[in-house]
Design a protein around this ligand. Structure first.
Ligand code: HEM
Length: 466
């Protein structure tokens, strides 16, 4: 059994845990801040399955072995709460489902799960295809004239629209731009706060805090206006918003109302930017791999022809799903997550002390050549049922796993299948040549700059069908 000491000493008989060189006080923080993605991917190659790191004041264990990841997320998940790194987003998410732990979390999860199941799926699918059709109509006049456009911005808008229509029963309309700008500011600031050594309280009016708080208030105003509209028209929908309002709004206490706000905000944040980034990377990879793009197009043509897809069509779009899964392997939207140990625990031979932060990095594990031959290559065949069965379950975990698995994983996958199919039916997307596209690890894995694409009519049509 190894007792972890952060001066690098270990006791005998078990393989020693190696830690990369570190600075005094700051530890590995400067290195991880400089180039997070390369740093974490290289660490796995050089230092193995369990790597002690020191990120400023935090003692961190970076855990890369699928069995250990399973242990933390699934088998012994009750021993792990969300780590202190999540505190950077508390001003945004309050005490909502992403931030909560224990019994409080369980009760919140039980309130929300039904909105993603059963009869709701068909209605959610329809709300999604309506949002996607509106996007394609927008593209018709504009993008099909050959004018380059930023696919990331388009994916952000359509995923927000689909989310708001399907879970909150209304169009995002004119508030889309305002929401989009505000959430970008909030996420950028939150990201800085995650990796900072210390953060000044938001009440201190530094320029950065002032900007952050203004964007936060803007988001809150949008959330309250959605709640207000539903109060005025309670019959508008039997959706997530109505379930949340039944749970929190009826009491009317300040605590309940704050919780309602926190939950709506949490769902907007969890469900929008993640899916948008996954789709963005999917289009990027498809445009780089025309043979795979052609196969998706053939699947869509065979399964649907020109018909708008619906929930019942999803099993027919299995290759499309594999493409989306492979895109999330290379570019997992949640590229890292972390937990803090409550009680002593073991990961294989290694002891975990209470308070240790365990860092799990889909980006690094999903590029580990031990589980992924030719890890940089884009190959959807890795996701055939046989290939999946042959790999450890937690060699791939873009949606985390266990009891706290992403609540929207099927929602996001359905949205991706519907969106890819509908775009393919109407047009072809090509990357504008000469761009260097690089990922930027914010809270989600975004592209660093715009990703400019041109759309042309599918199958050599000169006009897309309206
Ligand atoms: C491709 C898109 C998505 C990805 C990759 C993704 C990934 C994740 C991951 C990794 C977590 C766990 C985070 C952690 O525990 O630290 C998570 C949690 C969560 N996600 Fe997603 N997500 C996506 C889309 C969505 C959507 C569309 C929704 C809602 C409509 C959603 C709702 C949630 C919620 C509520 C949680 C917290 C669950 C809990 O703690 O019980 N996500 N997601």
């Amino acid at each position: 059994m190894t007792v972890l000491e952060f001066d690098g000493t270990t006791n005998a008989n078990v393989p020693e845990l190696l830690s990369p060189p570190a600075f005094p006080v700051l530890g590995h923080l400067p290195a991880i801040r400089r180039d997070p993605l390369h740093y974490v991917a290289n660490l796995v190659a050089e230092y193995g399955d369990v790597i002690p790191l020191k990120l400023g004041p935090h003692r961190v264990l970076m855990v890369n072995h699928p069995d250990h990841i399973k242990h933390v997320l699934q088998d012994n998940f009750r021993n792990y709460r969300k780590s202190d790194f999540y505190e950077a987003v508390r001003p945004l998410l309050g005490d909502g489902i992403i931030m909560s732990d224990g019994e409080e979390w369980l009760s919140q999860r039980r309130t929300m799960v039904p909105a993603f199941q059963g009869v709701h799926l068909t209605r959610i699918g329809k709300a999604m295809t309506d949002a996607i059709a509106d996007m394609l109509d927008r593209w018709q006049g504009d993008q099909l004239s050959g004018r380059p456009f930023d696919i990331t911005a388009e994916m952000m808008k359509v995923t927000l629209d689909a989310l708001v229509r399907s879970l909150f029963g209304r169009r995002s309309g004119t508030q889309k731009e305002a929401f989009f700008d505000a959430i970008t500011v909030v996420l950028q600031r939150s990201e800085k706060r995650v990796w900072a050594l210390a953060n000044l309280p938001l009440s201190i009016p530094t320029p950065s805090n002032v900007k952050f708080v203004a964007a936060l208030r803007e988001l809150e105003a949008i959330v309250w206006s959605m709640i207000e509209q539903r109060r005025e028209n309670p019959a508008a929908g039997e959706d997530l918003l109505s379930m949340l309002m039944a749970a929190y709004d009826l009491g009317g206490s300040e605590a309940d109302l704050n919780m309602l706000r926190d939950q709506v905000m949490s769902m907007l944040l969890a469900g929008h930017e993640t899916t948008a980034n996954a789709l963005n990377w999917t289009w990027y990879l498809l445009s780089k791999n025309p043979g795979i793009e052609r196969r998706v197009r053939e699947e869509v043509r065979g399964a649907l022809g020109d018909r708008t897809p619906e929930f019942a069509d999803l099993p027919k779009l299995s290759y499309t799903k594999m493409v989306f899964e492979e895109a999330m392997r290379l570019y997992p939207p949640v590229w890292t997550m972390s937990r803090a140990a409550l009680e002593p625990d073991r990961l294989g031979d290694h002891e975990v002390e209470p308070g240790t932060t365990v860092m799990l990095c889909p980006y690094a594990v999903q590029r580990n050549p031990r589980y992924w031959p030719n890890p940089e290559g884009f190959d959807p065949e890795r996701f055939t049922p046989e290939a999946k069965k042959a790999r450890p379950r937690y060699a791939y975990f873009p949606f985390a796993g266990g009891a706290r698995v992403c609540l929207g994983q099927h929602f996001a996958t359905m949205e991706a299948q519907l969106l890819i199919a509908m775009v393919m039916q109407r047009c072809q997307l090509d990357l504008v040549p000469g761009q260097t596209i690089e990922p930027q690890p914010m809270i989600t894995l975004r592209p660093k700059d715009k990703v400019m694409m041109v759309a042309s009519p599918a199958d050599g049509q000169h006009q897309i069908a309206a």
